[in-house]
Every structure is written in structure tokens, then in C-alpha cells.
Design a protein around this ligand. Sequence first.
Ligand SMILES: *Cc1c(COP(=O)(O)O)cnc(C)c1O
Length: 360
Amino acid sequence: MARVYNFYAGPATLPLPVLEQIQKEFVDYRGTGLSLVETSHRSPEYDAVHNRAVGLVRELLQVPEGYSILLLGGGATMQFGMVPMNLTGGADTTPSVDLVLSGSWAKKAAADARKFATVHTIFDGSDGGFTALPDAGSVRSTAGASYLHITSNETIEGLQWKTFPRVEAPLVADMSSDIMSRPVPVSDFGLIYAGAQKNLGPAGVTVVIIRDDLLDRTPESVPAYLRYRTHADKNSLYNTPPVFPVWALSLVLEWIADEGGLGSVADRNRRKAAALYEAIDSSDGYYRCPVDAAYRSDMNVVFRLPDEEAEKRFVADAAERGMIGLKGHRSVGGIRASIYNAMPESGVEKLVAFMKDFRG
Ligand SMILES: *Cc1c(COP(=O)(O)O)cnc(C)c1O
């Protein structure tokens, strides 16, 4: 079997043992005579998978008591609306939220938040072309803000918070592209959300971790599915959950646990990213990473070549050598190597060798 090294930003590469286990168990799930995706979501088989996924999120991220873990549909994009829809209720005056405008995904979160509240942009990275983040220690929430929103890793621009702000308002983070890549102090957050297809599994399930005191701010007018409380009360089994993605999620989380948990996964992620940034920085300017060194992402390594023609050739030549998905996002161009948990070090080593070769 010829598997390529897959550098796509999302959907992204998954651990091979997980794919193989799904293949093995897909048609006849553990001797039940039917597939898990054909099984009632009220069955003991699905129940075990569902609870294993939730339990492993709690265990791996060390989610403290007093937080609920929800498995929802709709992607991270639905959370752009669901967060302000739920969390700005109960404000005495016109609600306001604080937001760090760190890149393309933060911009989308801001656009939906504006439908429910005044958005204070407490940092605007667009002036610098989204190449830096604010110093975490300097971030303050404004008086009366319902929450402060950050994007822990900007998937398109290749920026990542290395430490997190501690603020008065509940801290809300879109962790879609770096959840489970490193330990995080969950108790510093009010709400964390992440679509699955970068680091957790196939698209179709979104993990939400919410501090329980935030469950009851939702205005009456919000429909059942869009209320966090609905899902918290039913262990995310209010309606049919995304059965297949949750199954895959449970296997990916078991794989992370087998790899030694988030500490060892983070060490490996740092080594992979360091090898790529080193290849960029030691290229005498042939490769250039626009991102401020303090905020370079361990998940999405972005860089430019001297011109677009060279970038095109780079992407094509790499693909010929079994390394695919290296084209930067269409909105920014350049090269982007997405190296989530499931990208083995051998894939990064191969890319580094190719970068040296290509430069000549
Ligand atoms: C991919 C991504 C999203 C969008 O996720 P969907 O699941 O497609 O809605 C949002 N935020 C970040 C940081 C992402 O990387």
C-alpha cells in the first residue's frame, strides 16, 4: 500500500492504526453482525464508544470538575454563531464581546459575533498582515464584556498562542487546529471549541468544553439544538449524534493516549515544527516565514519562495515525491505544511530533505 505524506490543512492526515482499525471493524462491528454506523445511537455498543470519546477528552486534557464536554454537529463554523447566541444573553445593557483579531478564522468569529453584540477588537493583527499576536500577559478584557474570544492557532496564517491570556471575562477559544496537540490549562477558559477534522478525526463532530456556569445565559428565543444546556443535560444524545465521526474520534483519542498523552505528543510536535523552521531560517533567504518567531505555529508552517512560479513548481515536485497538500490557502498563497499530531516525524524529515534539494 502506497500512502502519501498528507500535508493538507483539513480534512487532514489521520493515524494509520486508526484507519486500519475502522477498516477492520467497519462492516461487522465487534461480532455484532452489523456496522456501528447502522446501529442505534441508543445501543450499548454506541453508548460505550460515545462515553469513551467524552471520557478521553476529559482525561487527556485534564478537564476539571464543573465543565461539560459536548459533541455537536455543525463544525467550528456553527460555534462562531452559537457562542455569541448563548453567551451574550443576560447582559444588562447592549451586550459586548472582546475579540483578538488574529487572522482569517478570528475574522469569521467576529462577523457572527457582531450579529449579537458590539465587538471590541482588542488587538488587530490585520495591520501587520496577521504575522504576530499580542503578548498574552498584556491582554485585558473590557468592562462588561460577555467573553473574550481568541483563536489558539490560526490555520491559514500559521500563528499560534504559546501561552494564554488570563482575563476577567470568560475566555473563549477556537482550538480547531491545535486541540490535543499540547496540554492546555482548561480552568483558565470559559469555553473551548474545535471542529474535528484537523487533529481529532474526520469532519462531522465538534468538541465543546464549557464551564457549567455559562450554560444558563441563553435567551429563551434560541432553539433547542442551538442551546448548550440542551446537550449538556443529555450527554450530547439529545438527537442523533454524528455516530461515525464520534467513533473515529474515540479511536484517535485512544491513539493519543497510547502515544503517551499530550505531553509526549507536544514534544514530538515541537520537534517537527522546529525542523521545518530551521530548514526555512537556514536557507539564506530562499525560504521565508513571514510569522514573528515568537508565534510560529507548531501545526501549520507557512512560508514563501522567491516567486510564485517557484512555489508552483515546489508543490508539484513535492507531490511527485509523495508529499501532497502543500499549497498555501488560496487567500494568502505561498506554501503551508500542516503537521498535526498524526504527521509522523519521517514525513517532516522527508520534506526537509526535499526543501534542501529543491533549493539546490
Ligand atoms: C478549520 C477551522 C475552522 C472551520 O471549521 P469547520 O469545521 O469547517 O466549520 C474554524 N476555525 C479554525 C481555527 C479552523 O482551523
